[in-house]
Design a protein around this ligand. Structure first.
Ligand code: MIC
Ligand code: SF4
Length: 644
C-alpha cells in the first residue's frame, strides 16, 4: 500500500508510536515559529525549562500581532522576545517585516520538513509541501528544546481538484467551498491533501491561501504536493536548493475523497459569524457595505495585492466605504512600491497599513456599529473585529476590491475582463529585518529583558484524589478560543499577564464569569461540540487554570485546544452519551470521585451530579503520556519531574 504526502513526512519524522489512525504519535520537529501574542508565554515557558539553545534546524520568532503599541506593554514584550531569540539561537523577524506565515513561506519554508508554530494558521506552510501544524506555546517550547510534538495519527482526506478557475474566481473560493462541504468541525482528526490536475493551475501563494484557511476546518493540517510550481516559487525566492519533489503514491489510500471541479466555482463569501456559513455572492445579493479590509495571512501575497491594485487603478473607493490594505510582508510591500502598484492603491483612496495582522485580530480598524465589513481574512467570529454587533463577510481579494469601489457586495465578474497578473521570476530578497542570534560564545553575555508586564505562570497542582466543583458555565456548540479568551487592541497587550487577562475570560458568554469562578474557587465547564475551535492561544487554557477550572466536559473538542487543556492540567472529558449534556445545569454541584486513580489506571470515569442525584459516564481519549501530564498538574510540572 502506498503513502499519502503527509504519511511520507510523518514516516520520516516518527519518533514514537505507530501510524495507526487514532493512536498517539510523536514527531521530530525541524522548524518552529512563534508570533508575539503567543510568543511571550512560549519563551517564558522555554526559559523555565532551563535549556541553553534551541535544538531545531531553524526557529524563528516573529513580531506581527501586537504592533499597535498604545502603551509600553507591546514594546516591552518585543524586547523580551528579541533578547531571548538572540540568546537562545533563534532568528528574530522584526516588527514591520511581515506576518509570520507569509514571511515563513517566502523565506524559510522547505518541502518535506515539519514545522510547528504557536499560531493556528501555521498550516500555511502546507502550500509549499511542509507538514506544518498549529500548536500551543508550551508544545512549541518543548519542540524548540528538541522534544517531540505529539498528535493523534489523523485520517487522510483527499481533495481532488479538476479543471481551472474561471476569471475572477480565486483560491479563496476553493477553500470557502471546502468549508461549505466539510464545515468548521469536518476536519477534526484529519489531514486534508490536495491533488488532481487542478493543482497544477495553482501557484504557491494560492495553495497557501487554501492550506492557511484549512485551519478553519479544524483539520490537523492541509498539504499540497511539491512540484515544478513549488520549485519555480523557491527559485524566485532565491532558494531553489531547498526544493525536493513530493507527491502521493498512486496507490495511496484516503479515508475520504472530495471532488471539486474548479470550472464550476463562483465567487463566494462566508457570512457572519462562522467561516463555514458560505453562500455565493450572487445568492447573498448586493448588500450595503461599510468597510473593506484586505490582507491577513490568508490573502496578502504579492499576487493578491497586484490583483487588488489592478482593480483599483484609476478609480476611487466608494465614499461610504473605508478600505484598508495591509500587504503581508516587507517583501510584498517593497515590490508593490517599486512596481507602482502601491501608488495605484493610494491613489484610489486605500488606507495602507503596516505589514502585520492588524484588523484581523482586532488591532485597529474596528467597523462602525452594526457595520458590514468585507474582509479577505480567515475568521469572522462574533466580536473578533472589535465591534460586537458588526457583521463580517470573508471574501477573496477580487470580491473585496470590486466591492470597495461599488459600496455593495459585488461579484467581480461584473467588472468585465480580468487583469492578467504574472508571478515574478524573481522576488526582491533582502533579509535585513531578520536579526540573527548571537553565537554560542557570545550568548552568555546577552541579557534577557523582562518588562513589568510579564507576570508569572499560573500556579499548578498535581491532580487531587477527587474533584467536587460547580458547573460554573454551560455553553453550546462551536465555542471558539476567541469566546474563551478574547483578543483585540485592549486585551492583546496583556498576553503575558494571566491575572489581568482573567477579567475578560468568557465575557461574551457570561459577563460575570471571572467573578463567579473567583467566588466558587474552582469549577467545571460544560460545552457542546467542537469546543475550543479557532486560535491556538494557550491562554484559553491558562486563564481557566488561573480561575480554578479543573475539568471541561463537552460533546467534542477542537484539537489544539484539547492539547492545551492537558498541558495546563485541566482534564478534557467528553460525554459518553451526548444526551447527558442536557441534564446538567449551571450551578449544579458535580463530583468526580476517585478521579486521580481512574486517570492513573485509565479506567472508566463517572460524573456524579450531587444536585440532581444522577450519574453520567464520561470518556477521555488520552494517551498514557497525556494522563501522566494531567496527574503531574500540567506539562511544565511533568517536564520538570521527568528531568529529575
Ligand atoms: C488568530 O488568528 O486568532 C491568532 C491571533 O493568530 C491566533 C493566535 C493568538 O491568539 O495569538 C491563532 O490563530 O492561533
Ligand atoms: Fe495574524 Fe489574522 Fe493570520 Fe491570526 S489569522 S496570524 S491574527 S493575520
Amino acid at each position: 500500500m502506498g503513502y499519502t504526502i503527509a504519511q511520507k513526512i510523518i514516516k520520516n519524522h516518527l519518533l514514537s508510536g505507530d501510524m495507526t489512525v487514532g493512536s498517539e504519535i510523536g514527531l521530530r520537529i525541524d522548524q518552529t515559529l512563534t508570533q508575539d501574542a503567543t510568543g511571550t508565554m512560549a519563551y517564558l515557558e522555554f526559559e523555565a525549562m532551563g535549556i541553553d539553545r534551541v535544538k531545531t534546524e531553524l526557529s524563528v520568532a516573529y513580531i506581527d500581532h501586537n504592533t499597535l503599541q498604545t502603551g509600553f506593554e507591546n514594546a516591552d514584550d518585543h524586547r523580551f522576545i528579541q533578547s531571548v531569540a538572540k540568546k537562545r539561537g533563534l532568528r528574530f523577524s522584526r516588527p514591520g517585516n511581515g506576518i509570520c506565515h507569509q514571511v515563513h513561506l517566502e523565506r524559510f519554508g522547505i518541502p518535506g520538513k515539519t514545522l510547528i508554530g504557536s499560531d493556528s494558521h501555521t498550516p500555511t506552510g502546507g502550500g509549499i509541501g511542509m507538514l506544518a501544524m498549529g500548536a500551543g506555546g508550551l508544545d512549541v517550547a518543548v519542540a524548540m528544546g528538541g522534544g517531540a510534538y505529539y498528535i493523534t495519527m489523523p485520517k487522510m482526506v483527499r481533495v481532488n481538484l479538476t479543471g481551472k478557475l474561471q476569471p475572477w474566481v480565486a483560491a479563496k473560493d476553493i477553500i470557502l467551498k471546502v468549508l461549505q462541504i466539510m464545515s468548521v468541525k469536518g476536519g477534526v482528526g484529519k489531514i486534508v491533501e490536495y491533488g488532481g490536475e487542478g493543482v497544477k493551475t495553482l501557484s504557491v501563494p494560492e495553495r497557501a491561501t487554501i492550506t492557511n484557511m484549512g485551519a478553519e476546518l479544524g483539520a490537523t493540517t492541509s498539504i499540497f504536493p511539491s512540484d515544478d510550481i513549488t520549485r519555480a516559487f523557491l527559485k524566485a525566492q532565491g532558494r531553489e536548493k531547498d526544493w525536493v519533489e513530493l507527491s502521493a503514491d498512486d496507490d495511496a489510500v484516503y479515508d475520504e475523497v472530495i471532488d471539486i471541479d474548479l470550472n464550476e466555482l463562483v465567487p463566494l463569501a462566508a457570512m457572519p459569524h462562522m467561516p463555514d456559513n458560505v453562500k455565493s455572492c450572487q445568492e447573498i445579493g448586493k448588500i450595503h457595505i461599510d468597510q473593506v479590509c484586505i490582507g491577513s495571512c490568508t490573502n496578502s501575497s504579492l499576487m493578491d495585492m497586484l490583483k487588488v491594485a489592478a482593480i483599483l487603478k484609476g478609480k476611487t473607493v466608494c465614499p461610504s466605504v473605508s478600505l484598508s490594505i495591509a500587504p503581508g510582508s516587507k517583501q510584498v510591500l517593497n515590490m508593490l512600491a517599486l512596481d507602482g502598484a502601491l501608488s495605484d492603491m493610494i491613489d484610489a483612496g486605500a488606507r495602507i497599513l503596516e505589514s502585520a495582522c492588524g484588523p484581523c485580530i482586532g488591532m485597529g480598524q474596528s467597523p462602525n456599529s452594526k457595520g458590514v465589513s468585507l474582509r479577505t481574512f480567515n475568521r469572522n467570529f462574533e466580536g473578533r473585529s472589535g465591534t460586537a454587533d458588526a457583521g463580517i463577510y470573508l471574501v477573496s481579494p477580487e470580491v473585496a476590491a470590486a466591492s470597495a469601489l461599488t459600496g455593495v457586495l459585488t461579484d467581480p465578474r461584473e467588472l468585465g475582463e480580468m487583469p492578467e497578473i504574472e508571478m515574478p521570476d524573481e522576488f526582491i530578497i533582502n533579509d535585513n529585518m531578520i536579526a540573527m542570534p548571537a553565537s554560542v560564545e557570545d550568548a552568555d553575555s546577552v541579557e534577557v529583558m523582562y518588562g513589568p508586564n510579564i507576570k508569572p505562570f499560573p500556579k499548578t497542582e498535581a491532580m487531587p484524589e477527587d474533584i467536587t466543583a460547580k458547573a460554573v458555565l454551560k455553553v453550546g456548540d462551536n465555542i471558539t478560543t476567541d469566546h474563551i479568551m478574547p483578543a483585540g487592541a485592549k486585551i492583546l497587550p496583556y498576553r503575558s499577564n494571566i491575572p489581568y487577562l482573567s477579567n475578560f475570560c468568557f465575557k461574551q458568554c457570561d459577563e460575570k464569569f471571572a467573578e463567579h469562578c473567583k467566588e466558587a474557587g474552582k469549577g467545571i465547564i460544560i460545552g457542546g461540540a467542537n469546543y475550543g475551535q479557532g486560535s491556538s492561544r494557550e491562554h484559553a487554557a491558562l486563564v481557566p487554570l488561573y480561575l480554578g477550572i479543573k475539568a471541561v466536559i463537552t460533546k467534542s473538542f477542537a484539537r489544539i485546544h484539547c492539547a492545551n487543556l492537558v498541558n495546563a492540567g485541566i482534564i478534557p472529558f467528553t460525554f459518553a452519551n451526548e444526551a447527558d449534556y442536557d441534564k446538567i445545569s449551571v450551578n449544579d454541584e458535580l463530583c468526580l470521585e476517585g478521579i486521580r486513580e481512574s486517570i492513573a489506571n485509565g479506567t472508566d470515569v463517572t460524573l456524579k451530579n450531587l444536585t440532581t442525584g444522577e450519574s453520567y459516564k464520561l470518556d477521555y481519549q488520552l494517551s498514557e503520556r497525556q494522563r501522566d501530564i494531567l496527574l503531574a498538574g500540567g506539562l511544565l510540572d511533568y517536564t520538570r519531574e521527568s528531568q529529575k
